[in-house]
Write a new protein. Structure first.
Length: 217
């Protein structure tokens, strides 16, 4: 699988120096520049001694709508989020983004990776809101690759013939709580579990192929 078969499988060489971070955002619409970012969760992935991925830690924040943000009533009805509910304990957007990015940068340092790569379900949507928020908040050290992503829609279609997150999860053996869905933490952690299952399965198949090649080579 790797150019040098004797290379130790670690996070830094598994994804060409990128650290995979699973992200889910809940928003007040589809326009990253105009609609409010309301929740963000980022799940850091780790790797065990066998080279299998696992969910390591989660960072999350409820976010106050930025000044002048659009709040689409249909989007709020879908997510069930009241942006100004006092029990949300929401943080200003800049504070929330800095907190999430700080956790990711610590993970980058631990894994000796150069940059994070966003994993998401319809990942371009999540990355669009992350990048728009970072720009609004004038955060220069955005840890994510600016446009590359890993998308579980594509992986789910290839491996399970499904594109809906809940259906892919069910095919992969993940118990799905439909009542908890559409919260950033729940969706990010289930997406992380799914990405780990699919990646680990591929890794095991690749190892079997390598073993067969060496046996008959």
């Amino acid at each position: 699988m790797f150019e040098d078969e004797n290379t130790e499988l670690t996070m830094v060489n598994r994804f060409r120096g990128f650290l995979p971070v699973v992200v889910d955002v809940e928003t007040a619409g589809f326009n990253a520049k105009k609609d409010a970012l309301l929740e963000v969760a980022a799940v850091i992935l780790g790797m065990d001694e066998k080279g299998d991925l696992y969910r390591e830690e989660t960072y999350s924040c409820h976010v106050e709508p930025f000044k002048g943000a659009n709040l689409d009533p249909e989007a709020l009805a879908f997510t069930g989020i009241d942006p100004y509910h006092p029990f949300r304990m929401a943080k200003p957007e800049k504070e929330a983004m800095q907190e999430i990015f700080r956790g990711i940068r610590k993970a980058l340092k631990r894994a000796e990776c150069k940059r994070a790569i966003l994993i998401g379900h319809n990942a371009s949507f999540d990355l669009g809101f992350i990048n728009a928020a970072a720009t609004r908040c004038e955060i220069k050290r955005n840890p994510f690759h600016p446009f590359s992503t890993f998308d579980t829609v594509t992986l789910g279609a290839v491996m399970y013939g499904q594109t809906v997150l809940a259906r892919i999860g069910e095919r992969a053996g993940i118990e799905w709580d439909h009542e908890a869905a559409h919260s950033a933490i729940y969706d990010a952690e289930r997406t992380a579990d799914l990405f780990c299952i699919m990646t680990n399965r591929w890794q095991s198949l690749a190892n079997l192929d390598d073993s067969a090649h060496h046996s008959f080579g």
